[in-house]
Design a protein around this ligand. Structure first.
Ligand code: XMP
Length: 512
């Protein structure tokens, strides 16, 4: 395995992903706990990430000295290169020559790092983002690549298997970067690249069996990819010791609860209890306009219903959750302050403390795309795996203004038609998330010579990588026109359709 020491770069996670894409398991740890992690994990190679600090500042972060003395290969990236140089006897200078964005690397010499990739004398696009630069390299190192702004853009000490680069091989703007990282783990560290989802599945199943023993597990199934994959994996491990509970809060998409239940009961024979709590949720939400109150009410009721069901089952020792790796990685914070709450997200995260159960989180080492891969491995159908994300509070946060049953019905119908059009146009996979929003305003229209006075439906579609930032999807106007016509013709209660062209930021993906 490979240990990645995080110095706070925005793109550290990408290093882990590239290494895993090369078939090698990798873990990220913050620099503060790197020493302990290095001892515990005994990695076969170490990568030092970039970061916002400057090695010229007093108290700036360093890699544990022990990693340089253990005989393992080390690759420093950006800040990682700088701290490596500072720690091994080179020097770094505060930025006179800052370099941001696209740059070109001139290969000065052949190296195992560039094998099969970049030959001496050639030039390649890389992506830079640094203020400081290395001005002298430690003894034992030689220069293997230069750029206009960085005379030590790539350096190597082949005897000790230490390598460092000023650019970021992990980002897509360094087109060959993934292969360069693969060279480091395969050719330099000698790792095989046999970490596959099939292997992961076996390991995870064994680990769940060991953890759970003969105890009972319950799992809140939402119909989303994460909780579904977690449930299937646990079911494979402990069979009917697992019970899944699907709480239908009346805020799901059209036929969603029905379809999810059918799939899991029929195809997987998974013990699943469907709780229809829609009346309870809708009554509590009726007339509520404040988005935060909606979210909190839904979260609270969810916990209540889940607890009641768990009690009926005679309790359980374990609670299964589909927590993913990005939620687990301790982020490196230099400012220390808590970030502001934009929205109170509802997931099952509030449960464990209150319920006093132990957690089973078989996906906590995986990224989203790896979970999808595991889902495929477990035989989940492709259309299920590629589904757009759907928020826990469901349609409630797509119905600004007071919620009523009537409005939810209109929205559910509109959403189904909109998604149907997207699928028919072959656009579903090009879009990260798409949905309809029912606005609390009515406008005047004319249909069949009569006056109408009905609601406005807003359509949203975004592209995104992780939901943190997003761009609105650029539809063809013909598609929007045809979809609007169908919505107005087929959904009673809507007589006008608008398209949301806001990116995130400044907007958020959901409207509430
Ligand atoms: P926003 O609206 O914050 O959404 O830009 C980012 C992504 O998160 C989803 N989302 C949620 N998911 N519980 C969830 O499980 C929630 O409370 C929640 N709120 C937003 C949203 O659909 C988008 O994919």
């Amino acid at each position: 395995n490979v240990l990645i020491i995080d110095f706070g770069s925005q793109v550290t996670q990408l290093i882990a992903r590239r290494v895993r894409e090369a078939g090698v398991y990798s873990e990220i740890v913050p620099f503060q706990s790197a020493e302990e992690a290095f001892r515990r994990l005994q990695p076969k190679a170490v990568i030092l990430s970039g970061g916002p600090a400057s090695t010229t500042e007093i108290g700036s972060p360093r890699a544990p000295q022990a990693i340089f003395e253990a005989g393992v290969p080390v690759l420093g990236i950006c800040y990682g290169e700088q701290t490596m140089c500072a720690q091994l006897g080179g020097s770094v200078e505060g930025g006179h020559h800052r370099e941001f964005g696209r740059a070109f690397l001139d290969i000065q010499d052949d190296s195992p790092l560039f094998e099969g990739l970049w030959a001496k004398g050639t030039r390649h696009q890389v992506w830079m983002s640094h203020g400081d630069r290395v001005t002298a390299i430690p003894s034992g190192f030689r220069v293997i690549g230069t750029s206009t702004g960085a005379p030590f853009a790539a350096i190597a000490d082949e005897a000790r298997r230490f390598y460092a680069v000023q650019f970021h091989p992990e980002v897509v703007h360094t087109p060959d970067g993934g292969r360069l990282l693969a060279n480091f783990v395969h050719k330099i560290a000698g790792l095989k690249g046999d970490w596959t989802m099939a292997a992961y599945r076996e390991q995870a199943v064994a680990e769940i069996r060991r953890q759970v023993g003969t105890d009972k597990v319950i799992c809140a199934l939402s119909g989303g990819v994460d909780s579904s994959v977690a449930a299937l994996l646990i079911h494979e491990a402990v069979g009917d010791q697992l019970t899944c509970i699907l709480v239908d809060h009346g805020l799901m998409r059209k036929d969603e609860a029905k379809n999810v239940v059918a799939m899991f009961r029929e195809h997987y024979n998974l013990p699943l209890i469907l709780v229809d709590a829609s009346d309870r949720f809708i009554s509590a939400l009726e007339g509520e306009v404040d988005p935060e109150k909606k979210r909190k009410t839904i979260g609270r009721l969810f916990i209540e219903v889940f607890e009641e069901e768990a009690k009926k089952l005679g309790g359980a020792d374990f609670l299964a959750q589909g927590t993913l790796y990005p939620d687990v990685i301790e982020s490196v914070s230099f400012t220390g302050g808590p970030s502001v709450t934009i929205k109170s997200h509802h997931n099952v995260g509030g449960l464990p403390e209150r319920m006093n159960m132990k957690l089973v989180e078989p996906l906590r080492e995986l990224f989203k795309d790896e979970v999808r891969e595991l889902g495929r491995e477990l035989g989940l159908p492709e259309h299920f795996i590629g589904r757009h994300p759907f928020p826990g509070p469901g349609l409630a946060i797509r119905c600004p203004g007071g919620i009523t049953r009537e409005k939810l019905d209109i929205l559910r119908e509109a959403d189904a038609i909109y998604l149907d059009e997207i699928r028919k146009a072959g656009l579903y996979d090009a879009i990260w998330q798409a949905f309809a929003v029912l606005l609390p305003v009515q406008t005047v229209g004319v249909m069949g010579d009569s006056r109408t006075y009905e609601f406005v439906c807003a359509l949203r579609a975004v592209t995104s990588v992780d939901g943190m930032t997003a761009d609105f999807f650029h539809y063809d106007m013909g598609f929007l026109g045809a979809t609007a016509t169908r919505l107005i013709n087929e959904v009673r209660g809507i007589n006008r359709v608008v398209y949301d062209v806001t990116s995130k930021p400044p907007g958020t993906i959901e409207w509430e």
